[in-house]
Design a protein around this ligand. Structure first.
Ligand SMILES: Cc1cc2nc3c(=O)[nH]c(=O)nc-3n(C[C@H](O)[C@H](O)[C@H](O)COP(=O)(O)O)c2cc1C
Length: 166
């Protein structure tokens, strides 16, 4: 029960203020803020599901690398960096420098995590699908996709998770 309470608390923080979604493909590393996502179970595996619009620089990186990390702060210390990483694109600026954040190696992936966060997940993409205008509810299609730019939903098998040492 305590463990469940802690997952619940972590996910509330995630939806409220966001987390860093980071991926590395070759020499390219990028991070962006996300606040949509679910942690659950599918195919008998722990799975972190994320929603990334096609226009995001991060989208192509994850598509190619097949992996991502989630770095989740549980307090307000990352408010500013989350703001920068949720409004600037890695196509245009060095977000790490601009946001004043550093990466550190993850345990099991090439993609790093963001230093100074509280909870980390390392994920390998095991499935993905594109939100389809034909089968999504008309309400959501109107409210969320007026300009198209549909999300791709990436399912990442959680291969490691741990708390930070800040
Ligand atoms: C609090 C917050 C939550 C966000 N959540 C998402 C999300 O779940 N999915 C998404 O595609 N974009 C989300 N964004 C927008 C991206 O973080 C933003 O467009 C970012 O600049 C993309 O960076 P990139 O082009 O370097 O990948 C969010 C932004 C903020 C501020």
């Amino acid at each position: 029960m305590e463990a469940l309470k802690s997952v619940d608390k972590n996910m509330k923080n995630f939806h409220k203020q966001g987390a860093f979604l980071t991926s590395k493909n070759g020499e390219i590393i990028n991070t962006m803020t996300i606040s949509w996502g679910n942690l659950g179970l599918a195919w008998g595996k722990p799975v972190f599901i994320i929603y990334v619009r096609k226009s995001r620089f991060t989208h192509d990186i994850i598509d190619k690398s097949g992996e991502f990390t989630i770095s989740l702060p549980l307090d307000n210390s990352m408010k500013k960096p989350l703001g920068v990483c949720g409004s600037k694109s890695g196509r245009d600026v060095d977000k790490f420098q601009l946001a004043g954040i550093n990466t550190k190696p993850s345990n099991k992936l090439k993609s790093p995590v963001i230093d100074g966060c509280d909870v980390y997940f390392e994920c390998k993409v095991v499935y993905k699908h594109n939100i389809s205008p034909e089968i999504i509810s008309e309400d959501i299609n109107k409210s969320t996709y007026l300009e198209g730019d549909y999300h791709t939903v990436f399912y990442g098998e959680v291969i490691d998770y741990y708390v930070g040492d800040k």
